[in-house]
Structure formats: structure tokens, C-alpha cells
Design a protein around this ligand. Sequence first.
Ligand SMILES: Cc1cc2nc3c(=O)[nH]c(=O)nc-3n(C[C@H](O)[C@H](O)[C@H](O)COP(=O)(O)O)c2cc1C
Length: 180
Amino acid sequence: MQLINGIKERRSIRKYKSDKVSKETIEKIIDAARYAPSWKNSQTARYYVICDEKVKADIAENGTLNFSKNKNNINSAPVLVVLSTVDRISGYNPDLTPTTDKGEHWQSFDAGIACEAFCLAAYEYGLGTLIMGIYDEKKVADIINLPENEKVSALIALGYPDESPKAPKRKDIEEIAKFI
Ligand SMILES: Cc1cc2nc3c(=O)[nH]c(=O)nc-3n(C[C@H](O)[C@H](O)[C@H](O)COP(=O)(O)O)c2cc1C
């Protein structure tokens, strides 16, 4: 994959084929995602890979804040990844005081970088992904027995795409960039 092409061509996929995704392929994706940069190389992103239909259906039914679109998105995908991050490391000093005035901000920042690396790596292996931010943090954490010191940072649906959506329109460069 040409990197620029991958960045531009990856799309959010909301309709998946029922084909299973092998553990080997998922491990290759995580192998690539772990090279994402992180605060002081702290690597706080964790990947809970849910292939079990019952657990996945439980999250779809009870962990999506009644947002039916995400319920359908999760049910459509053969795999759901709960991306979590370990608390109080990214952005913090070893004595647990915040290094900057942005507090927990860097934890989510690292999660976002890891998430995009995961999605791009999945794209390279012919897989589609959908990042979901609308979920019930507590319910999802309870369902997968997330350790107390981790937060759910995003849900990622994963599977072979059964649609080829067009890219939603992007803002013009003049609107988003200022050269100073
Ligand atoms: C932080 C974040 C949260 C998102 N949450 C959802 C979501 O809950 N449900 C959904 O269908 N799409 C969600 N999306 C996908 C966006 O709608 C999508 O990335 C955007 O429309 C651009 O489309 P593209 O990914 O195909 O380029 C989310 C994306 C991000 C980055």
C-alpha cells in the first residue's frame, strides 16, 4: 500500500461479510498498530478482540446507549475490538502528577493514534473497520471485565467489507490550515 493512498482510501465500513477473520490476521494488525507513537513510548493501548458472538451481541444490545445504528454496526461485523488505554501513564509523571496542564488529554490522544494505525493496518490486509465513540463505557467495561485501571477509548468493528462507500466530503485546505 502506498501510505498516502491508504490514508485517503480507508473508509468507515458499516456493512460486513460474514466471513471470519483469522486470529493470525488480527495479530498482524495489532503487530503493526503497536508501532504507533505514544507518550514517552508508554504504549498504553490495549486490544480486547471479541470474536465470541454472544459477548459481541451483549455489547451491541446493552452497550450502545440505545444508538441503534451502532447496535447494527456491531452485529454486522464478525469481530469487535474494544480499544482501551491504561490510566494515569500517558501525560503523567512517575509520581502520578500530570506533566502538563492537559491532564488526561494525552491518554485519549495516544488511543486515537493507535486506533488509526490499527484501522490503516486492517485496510492493508483487506479488512474494513468502523471506529465507534457512542457506547456505554461502564456496560462495555463490565461485559469484558476490563481492569479497573483501564478506560474504554473506542470500539472498532472489524471484518471483510460488504460495501464500498464513497469518501465523505473533506474540508478545503484553506479552511483548516493557516501558514504563519
Ligand atoms: C472518534 C470517532 C468516533 C466515531 N463514532 C462513530 C459512531 O459511534 N458510529 C458511527 O457509525 N461512526 C462513527 N465514527 C465514524 C465517522 O463518522 C467517520 O470516520 C467519518 O464520517 C468520516 O468517514 P470515513 O471514516 O469513511 O472517512 C467515528 C469516528 C471517530 C474518529
